[in-house]
Design a protein around this ligand. Sequence first.
Ligand SMILES: [Zn+2]
Length: 102
Amino acid sequence: MSNFKCQCCDQENPPGGLKYVVEIKSFADFEGYIEGNDGEAESSVNDLLMYMDDIDQQVLEDDVYQEMRFTVCKDCRDKFLKNPFQIYKEYFYKEEFRGTLH
Ligand SMILES: [Zn+2]
């Protein structure tokens, strides 16, 4: 049996150690609003259908839905869950400023 290697930090997991699966799903979510009056709305839908006919099927599928799966160590899982998009954000705890996430 081969040792598990984290897909994020590339470290080998100790024998018997836990590994974690992180799944990311992204999908388009239409809010249901089409700008314009009835004639303009129909034109917008037709424009969208023509656009969909012109682009590659895989590009269209990727634009609507994507799924990723990673097997990682506990440290990498914890870091990801604390700040999945690696953005700097001020955070508060019970109305009190506590710091900045890095
Ligand atoms: Zn790791």
